[in-house]
Design a protein around this ligand. Structure first.
Ligand code: ATP
Length: 416
């Protein structure tokens, strides 16, 4: 692949923040666009964010950029790493000081020192991410890259920069799966071999689970997260994360189709991957899944939602196939998460029943509430809820005329 610098600059100028960066480059010969942004521009894709490096003063540059953007931009600076992220409504720019990295022990965070642009490219994960475009001074429009980078981009290949790459930073194994899914690039044979060797040697165990969890969350949030999870499975990473973890893309597709707009696709896909673990003894399964999600630092809310969904789906699937009456469906499903119901519908091949509840039944409401029953003389306590539930059941089954009067009568006539 030929990298046409002028064309790249032109493409950059059409990106949010691009013109402002080029303007700032007029006074800074060290300003360069790097990483995924250059890769995406060369592929004719829109980068999700613009990554730039400077020799020094990353924070200062972020401040100048914020001023020139003429937008309400928020700057998040990390003094220790010499980085600053600029976020505004239209886009995002990551500014970093060029650096060289070395790894004292496999899986540990790298030791960092200021470096030149070649060193900054040499610390990167894959050749296609190790391309830089000069934005200022004599470097304007110049493309610098590591060996093989442009040929790999053309051939849609993922290649690590050196043979210790996955040992140094095993989170690159998960990044490999993510890029494979997103860009539909394939690892070249030696990189594939290094990846499987690193996985077999237990490389994932040398990184903090929190970092692995962060990469897993990125995979779950990919636009094509099903492909990302498939790639994780095919590489043997799911099994390495937790024996028994797997992923059935067909099942996931069916489940996602059922998930309503207020559901969480990322959590549903995670529950799909965890489903095989739920097959064992319930107590044991609960403990294993809880510990895994806790270790990977999922938030307490997400952990509970995934745990409840995964543990419930199998049993719900079996009952869903035999339940048709709306009120019974509602009674069966209303205590569960929408993810559990979607997964159960997929497992039990009961899309009709699951969809009926997710789309329609769960939104059904009575026009009356507990106050109406209290006013009619029902003593306060569980009886109020029970009578309302009985009236709702009749309404769901189409056995109630419309309106408050019919509902009130049904609630008062229900067996307490
Ligand atoms: P996107 O932002 O679209 O997900 P990206 O390729 O820009 O893709 P980032 O996670 O934003 O990915 O990282 C920016 C760049 O930093 C990458 O292109 C890569 O060059 C480098 N990088 C990120 N993480 C690592 C890592 N663990 N090891 C080596 N290089 C990395």
């Amino acid at each position: 692949m030929q990298a046409d610098g002028a064309q790249l600059l032109h493409a950059l100028s059409a990106q949010p923040g691009g013109p402002e960066l080029l303007k700032l480059g007029e006074g800074r010969a060290d300003l360069m666009l790097v990483g995924g942004a250059v890769r995406d521009l060369l592929l004719g894709r829109s980068p999700r964010e613009l990554d730039v490096v400077v020799a020094e003063d990353a924070h200062e540059l972020a401040g100048e950029l914020a001023v020139s953007l003429d937008a309400q931009a928020q700057i998040t600076a990390h003094e220790r790493f010499g980085t600053a992220v600029l976020d505004w409504e239209g886009g995002r720019v990551d500014v970093a000081q060029r650096r060289a990295e070395s790894y004292a022990t496999p899986g540990a965070l790298p030791q960092v020192r200021p470096g030149d642009v070649h060193e900054d490219l040499a610390r990167r994960d894959f050749t296609v991410n190790a391309i830089a475009l000069g934005l200022g001074g004599a470097q304007l429009g110049h493309v610098l890259c590591v060996e093989h980078a442009l040929a790999d981009l053309e051939a849609r290949r993922l290649r690590v920069l050196h043979e210790r790459s996955f040992q140094d930073d095993p989170t690159r194994l998960l990044r490999l799966a993510r890029y494979r899914a997103r860009l539909q690039f394939a690892p070249e044979p030696y990189t594939a071999e290094l990846a499987s060797r690193a996985i077999a040697a237990g490389a994932l165990g040398t990184v903090t689970p929190a970092r692995v969890g962060a990469e897993l969350r990125l995979a779950l949030e990919e636009a094509d997260a099903i492909s990302a999870l498939e790639a994780l499975r095919e590489l043997g990473l799911l099994q390495a994360l937790q024996p028994g973890l797997s992923f059935d893309a067909e099942l996931a597709r069916r489940a996602l189709e059922l998930l309503p707009a207020d559901g969480r696709p990322d959590l549903l896909l995670l529950a799909c991957a965890l489903t095989p673990l739920a097959d064992g003894a319930p107590r044991q399964a609960e403990e294993t899944i809880y510990e895994l999600l806790d270790r990977l630092e999922f938030t307490a809310g997400d952990r509970e939602r995934v745990l409840r969904s995964t543990l419930a789906a199998g049993a719900l699937a079996a009952r869903l196939r035999k339940t048709h009456q709306p009120s019974q469906l509602h009674e069966l499903l209303h205590p569960h998460t929408v993810e559990a119901v979607a997964l159960a519908g997929a497992i039990g091949h009961a899309a009709g029943a699951a969809g009926e509840w997710l789309e329609r039944l769960r939104h059904a409401r009575l026009e009356i509430d507990g106050n109406d029953l209290l006013a009619a003389g029902v003593p306060s306590g569980p009886e109020v809820g029970a009578r309302l539930a009985a009236a709702l059941s009749l309404k769901l089954d189409g056995k109630l005329a419309d309106g408050r009067q019919a509902e009130l009568r049904a609630a008062l006539e229900a067996a307490p």
